[in-house]
Design a protein around this ligand. Structure first.
Ligand code: ADP
Ligand code: MG
Length: 220
């Protein structure tokens, strides 16, 4: 379970450009939920997602992830937990364009044998119906195909939690729906899925909509 208690995030504390991006956020997300985080640009959505993923530190409050007090956990615990349990789909894919689809998907794999990496990478691509594109360079793929590769990469360690930052933001509406059905399928398989979006239509496809405004949770 994701359990945030009175979390605040202040960028550039005590400097002239100090900015409170999250203000006293208390939020519980149970295992297996399918949530959207919605809010205007600059409202704190990405900051929240990065804190949930332990990619960013918070300034105040407590964060319990599977009952572990993350604020007190070591950096190495956080990175190991993240690698095993959290798949993060970054905004605008964040793929290496001149690597193949398979090479991109294999990037987060532990130091394991090349053959095993190939096997796991192909399983992840197959789940996204992208195995036929394994050896294609990413720059030759369409937007929707790139997003599938990015999701395959997030899934390659079989994490229980999938976090996606504006995963449909740069896709046409038909492709966006296809990508949302991929997230729905992952949730049906039992994964916790949290999608950041500023699109109400996308949010409606999730089971819970958490709304954030000026760093505060205002609904959900
Ligand atoms: P959203 O994803 O909802 O658009 P963000 O979480 O990216 O919002 O940002 C929330 C606010 O925090 C914005 O005003 C943004 O300018 C500010 N912010 C984000 N990252 C930083 C940073 N590294 N340093 C200073 N301010 C930041
Ligand atoms: Mg953002």
């Amino acid at each position: 379970m994701i359990d945030l208690r009175n979390i605040s995030k202040v960028y550039n504390p005590k400097k002239h450009n100090e900015f409170t991006a999250l203000d006293d956020v208390t939020l519980k997300i149970e295992d297996g939920e399918f949530c959207a985080v919605i809010g205007k640009s600059g409202s704190g959505k990405s900051t929240l997602l990065h804190i949930i993923a332990m990619l960013d530190k918070f300034s105040d409050g407590d964060y319990y992830l599977d009952k572990i007090n993350v604020g007190k956990a070591s950096e190495s615990y956080a990175s190991k937990y993240r690698a095993k349990n959290i798949g993060f789909v970054k905004q605008d894919f964040a793929l290496i364009e001149d690597y193949t689809a398979l090479d991109n998907v294999m990037l987060p794999l532990y130091p394991i044998k090349a053959k095993e990496k190939h096997r796991k990478g192909l399983i992840a691509l197959k789940k996204l119906v992208m195995h036929k594109y394994a050896d294609k360079e990413v720059r030759t793929l369409s937007g929707g195909e790139k997003q599938r590769v990015a999701i395959a990469r997030a899934l390659v360690n079989n994490p229980g939690i999938i976090l996606a930052d504006e995963p449909t933001g740069s896709l046409d509406s038909k492709t966006a729906m296809e990508i949302m059905s991929v997230f729905k399928q992952l949730n049906d398989e039992g994964k916790t899925v949290i999608i950041v979006t500023h699109d109400q239509g996308i949010a409606k496809l999730c089971n819970r909509v958490i709304e954030i405004s000026d760093g505060k949770i205002v609904a959900g």
